[in-house]
Design a protein. Structure first.
Length: 326
């Protein structure tokens, strides 16, 4: 199958003026394609799906139905941000589905990383299908496809591009960002008025924290990942590393070690910090975080995150390590 080419005449979107021109062009194109029919979008809260949502709200308003599935594996504050930005500020036609208990139940006792990924992906499609069947008049499916997706793979992106839907849910695709690179998507998102924390959100795996809670997911370790990650992101933002470091996150493995808190022995989990820089994700170097900052982050995590008594810093570049642990 021949790869659809980006038009040679298409100028790189690097300024607000170019972004505004692109938005106006796409609004007109979407209105022409959609007419008075309804459009469905799986809104993850990631950069691409958020920009598509904002663009389609501008184009067709309430004809767009956004479905945000909270699978219980999102970072702290992310579901709330989606509801605040799209449900309240943009007055979108937003369906919020809290399926966290459903996902965690399916994942109970599953330790193999690939099995976890497949369960999360398959269950997401099932939940989205169920929500789609509750709606009437849907003729189109919007997707956050961007140009690197077309170049690199014919697979759809987990959680905001939805593949694997049954044949009877045969929607026509709406893909307004399909010729944009990620940096262009961010410029367009800014022009559409999305918050910087959403537009410049760092890369996040489709299975979410499910691949950062190593081995079989337990609620206590999942919460430790979520809380420690929030502390890391807060401290990086305070200390000028947000935007400077390509990706940073925490991992909690499935083992415990002996420690001491308040004069008492503990048997608790370690938190592993990873912070990397890359241009293409094929290789990655380690960010040299100042020791004083690492010491402060360690102090906060061990005091504020329940069930944790150690903090480690992953110094392994790619190769030979990968960026994520699973």
């Amino acid at each position: 199958m021949e790869v659809e080419k980006r038009p040679e005449s298409m100028e790189r979107i690097t300024t607000a003026a170019l972004a505004e021109a692109f938005i106006a062009e796409q609004v007109e194109a979407v209105r022409k394609q959609v007419g008075d029919k309804k459009v469905l979008l799986a809104l993850s809260g990631g950069v691409d799906s958020s920009v598509v949502a904002a663009l389609l709200i501008k184009a067709v308003g309430k004809q767009l139905v956004c479905v945000h599935v909270n699978h219980g594996l999102l970072r702290k504050g992310e579901p709330e941000q989606v509801v605040e930005v799209f449900g309240k500020q943009m007055d979108a036609n937003l369906v919020y589905v809290d399926a966290s208990e459903r996902f965690l139940g399916k994942l109970e006792g599953v330790s193999d990383p690939e099995k976890k990924r497949k369960i999360i992906g398959a269950e997401f499609i099932r939940v989205f299908e169920e929500e789609a069947r509750k709606l009437s008049g849907i003729k189109f499916l919007a997707q956050g496809t961007i140009y690197p997706d077309i170049i690199e793979s014919d697979k759809v992106k987990a959680h905001h591009n939805v593949g694997g839907l049954p044949e009877d849910l045969d929607f026509e695709l709406v893909e307004p960002l399909k010729f944009l690179y990620k940096d262009e998507v961010r410029v367009v998102g800014t022009a559409l008025g999305l918050p910087a924390s959403m537009v410049y959100r760092q890369p996040f795996p489709g299975p979410g924290l499910g691949v950062r809670c190593l081995g079989a997911i337990t609620r206590d370790r999942l919460e430790a990942v979520r809380e420690s990650d929030a502390i890391l992101r807060e401290e990086f933002a305070k200390n000028g590393l947000e935007g400077k470091v390509w990706q940073y996150f925490t991992v909690v493995p499935d083992f415990r070690s002996v420690g001491v808190k308040n004069g008492t022995r503990t048997f608790e989990y370690p938190v592993i910090i990873r912070a990397v820089n890359t241009t293409d994700a094929m290789t990655a170097t380690i960010e040299e975080v100042p020791y004083a900052l690492l010491n402060h982050i360690t102090d906060r995590i061990t005091k504020e995150v329940k069930g944790v008594n150690r903090v480690l810093y992953d110094l392994t570049p790619k190769p030979c390590g990968t960026i994520e642990w699973e």
